[in-house]
Design a protein around this ligand. Structure first.
Ligand code: G9O
Length: 226
């Protein structure tokens, strides 16, 4: 299966955004800052570069449902790696220690698929290759649009661990320091058909901080193994 996007014939990631919204008095005043973003703009349909999955085994749990086990079970064409350059150049909201100053930290994602199914999404947040948070979510029931089923997970609140992680990272004085912390921070998302537990997509996320004038960037790879 070839293409320059994250997806297979069954399920394709169309849009993905992690953001913070600062409170405004009215909805229209809310200011959204995107840490990372994959947009729905069509990209040229050239094959993705392949990264050997063994190179990133140590960044995720390997056994007990970790990356190695998942890849062994396959299907291998459903495995992707995204390198994000996150935009952390947002002004920290006024806040008391331990609070978020009324800010909302969330993540929204949208998928297109060829089958009506119940889509489940498991996210494992990992530090030094060990899982520190796991979150299981179910997408809204799909709706039919332009010839395919559309699945959405909208405005899912980020967990405390991630909010604190982003806020602490933001206080580090230099990009190289942030990047060195991010070397040991990864996220693994697994999308399944909830009824059959068939694996539809597995996406490994790794991070650096964007140079502030460039905004959030990303690069998508396919994961392979000879
Ligand atoms: C530099 C850090 C940027 C953080 C981006 C966060 C991406 C979020 C990926 C989804 C995680 C879902 C798990 C979750 O919400 N736990 O709360």
């Amino acid at each position: 299966w070839q293409g320059s996007y994250i997806g297979t014939e069954t399920l394709r990631l169309v849009e993905f955004t992690a953001f913070v919204e600062r409170p405004g008095e009215q909805d229209v005043c809310k200011q959204q800052h995107r840490f990372v973003h994959i947009d729905p703009t069509p990209t040229p349909d050239s094959p993705l570069e392949v990264v050997d999955v063994r190179q990133i085994y140590d960044k995720f749990p390997e056994r007990g449902g970790g990356l190695r086990d998942l890849y062994d079970q396959g299907p291998s064409h459903a495995f992707f790696l995204v390198k994000f350059w996150a935009d952390l150049s947002f002004p920290l909201p006024e806040e008391e220690p331990g609070g978020t100053g009324g800010a909302f930290y969330g993540v929204s994602s949208r998928y297109e698929g060829s089958r009506a199914l119940t889509l489940s999404c498991t996210s494992k947040v990992c530090s030094f290759g060990k899982q520190v948070v796991e979150k299981l979510e179910t997408a809204e029931p799909p709706h039919w649009e332009d010839g395919h089923f559309v699945f959405q997970l909208q405005r899912s609140p980020l967990c405390e661990y991630l909010i604190n992680f982003i806020r602490k990272l933001r206080t580090l004085p230099e990009k190289p320091m942030m990047d060195s912390v991010l070397e040991n921070f990864t996220i693994l998302q697994v999308l399944r058909d909830q009824e059959t537990q068939e694996l539809l997509l597995c996406v490994a996320f790794v991070f650096e901080v964007s140079a502030s004038e460039r905004g959030a960037q990303h690069h998508i790879y396919r994961l392979g193994r000879d």
